[in-house]
Write a protein that binds this ligand. Structure first.
Ligand SMILES: Nc1ncnc2c1ncn2[C@@H]1O[C@H](COP(=O)(O)OP(=O)(O)OP(=O)(O)O)[C@@H](O)[C@H]1O
Length: 489
């Protein structure tokens, strides 16, 4: 049974579909008009590889915060317009969406979403993605620069709406990201008759009929179960297979194995499916593998120095020890209530502990935790997306892909380390990329508390080649002024 949270999520999706139906019916577009539809995204088990944590909403300083937010939203308009006309920006394009050979119904969907011009990755990738015969693609572009639209439009362009069978498969590393992608596809396809299905654990039942939806988006393990165990997902008509956060999907571990198995199933059953890999990062070792996974692919690459966005100002706070880290964090939130923020920690129990202590001090805490039921996860994400909760403490579970434009601060309470305990610049980039979305200003703050954590941060700084500025933890007024100035750009 779907929980209230999932029902509410689904009813939001459904409500969108009904509104879109109405608009579609009055359209004069040449294609048959129908609604997008998605079955209820049902509870799914947490991705086992991912941890989760708790978040917090501080009190106070509200008038100041809203004034700051007003300024920010004004500045977002200005900076976006500036950046889309600056040839050096990843948001720049010399073309319009009309130049990209999209179906008029998709163009309508794009404009309805408020997109006026394509970003660089959209301008470069779409002509390659839509060429015939189809070629594979390995696409890289900085976080928050519109990769989702590039592959969503590819799936929507390749689908035959008269054929009631799965034709595009998209996998992502987390339930939260897969639901987000599904929402984007539905919005972009709102003037087409596309039907989508969310493939998360528990989203299918024994004995259910085969899926007839054209676009299936979910997590890889569930997708395989639906093909091989439940046998409700038939792959023979699949034309496009998309891996979002592809480097993460292809990394070793169970998700890597599942992605490979799914690809093998698709290539065995379908005729020449197009394989599309997108990410903001491709470490050298993963790229080598990606090239084998998607042979003869068109490739769009970033240079190392292009990886991090200038719009995200990076700071560090030099703390005396673990306890001092916590005190500085609390002080930070006492002083500065800004938009929304995400605090990344390494371990679930750290997250729990911070959340428990901050709650005890009167802060409101929201948690996203690996031990939570998926229905709770959905409710927490929804509340954070809607801005009802302002601060989320989490582990790497939402480090990638999650797009909430109001997030203007990311705190690395613990710096990201890989499985071997080495500093992890890729995960760092994805984490800080939860802010500074599509030209917005953002701030990231790293906490260091001993020689080791300082060295980890230095390694990340060197790898990314961008300054990380020290903020004096003893002078809170200065800290507040520095961060507010950074957010104003
Ligand atoms: N052409 C456009 N014009 C205006 N806004 C856009 C355009 N393309 C995408 N956006 C918006 O930019 C934001 C970031 O897009 P998206 O989530 O696709 O980024 P991404 O490149 O996939 O990031 P990440 O690497 O973090 O996954 C979204 O809110 C999206 O709606």
């Amino acid at each position: 049974m779907a929980s209230d949270a999932v029902q509410s999520l689904a009813s939001r999706l459904g409500a969108a579909a009904v509104a879109d139906d109405h608009q579609a019916a009055t359209s004069s577009s040449p294609e048959p008009q129908a609604s997008t539809s998605a079955p209820v995204p049902a509870p799914e088990q947490a991705q086992e590889q991912q941890q989760q944590a708790e978040g917090e909403e501080p009190q106070g300083d509200a008038p100041q915060a809203s004034a700051l937010l007003e300024n920010l939203s004004h500045e977002v308009q200005v900076t976006l317009a500036d950046q889309q006309t600056d040839p050096n920006s990843p948001l720049y394009s010399a073309k319009s969406f009309e130049d990209l050979n999209l179906h008029p119904n998709l163009l309508k969907g794009v404009y309805k979403m408020g997109f006026h011009k394509p970003s660089k990755i959209q301008e470069k990738a779409l002509p390659l993605l839509l060429q015939n015969p189809a070629r594979n693609m390995i696409g890289q572009s900085q976080s928050g620069t519109g990769k989702t639209a590039a592959f969503a439009l590819t799936m929507l362009s390749r689908v035959d709406f008269d054929l009631k069978a799965p034709q595009a498969i998209c996998i992502a590393p987390s339930r939260e990201l897969a639901i987000q992608i599904l929402n984007v596809v539905q919005k972009m396809g709102q003037y087409t008759p596309v039907e989508c299905f969310f493939a998360g654990k528990d989203s299918y039942q024994k004995g259910m009929p085969k899926l007839t939806q054209q676009i299936i988006i979910g997590t890889p393990g569930t997708m395989i179960d639906m093909v091989t165990k439940a046998r409700v997902l038939d792959l023979k008509e699949v034309k496009v297979f998309v891996l979002d956060e592809a480097d993460n999907m292809l990394e070793s571990g169970s998700m890597g194995d599942q992605s490979i198995s799914l690809k093998n199933l698709i290539t065995k059953m379908a005729k020449n499916p197009q394989i599309v890999l997108f990410s903001a990062t491709f470490a050298d070792v993963v790229r080598t593998f990606a090239v084998r996974f998607a042979p003869q692919a068109n490739e769009i690459r970033l240079k190392q120095e292009e990886l991090s966005l200038d719009a995200i100002k990076q700071f560090f706070m030099d703390c005396d020890n673990e306890e001092h880290k916590y005190e500085v964090l609390v002080e930070l939130y006492n002083l500065l209530t800004i938009g929304q923020s995400i605090i990344f920690v390494k371990r679930r129990d750290t997250a729990d502990e911070i959340a428990r202590r901050m709650t005890a001090e009167g802060h409101k805490v929201t948690s996203l935790h690996g031990k939570l039921e998926t229905t709770e996860r959905d409710a927490i994400m929804e509340s954070f997306r809607d801005g009802k909760t302002k601060v989320l403490i989490t582990t790497n579970v939402i480090a990638r892909g999650i797009d909430i434009s109001q997030v203007n601060m990311v705190v690395n309470y613990d710096l990201p380390l890989d499985a071997q305990g080495r500093p992890d610049p890729e995960t760092y980039l994805h984490r800080i990329g939860r802010t500074g979305r599509f030209g917005r200003q953002g701030v990231s703050i790293n906490f260091v508390h001993d020689r080791r954590s300082f060295e980890h941060m230095e390694a990340i700084r060197k790898a990314l080649g961008k300054p990380i500025v020290r903020v004096d933890t003893a002078d809170f007024e200065q800290m507040e002024a520095t961060l507010k100035a950074a957010l104003k750009g």
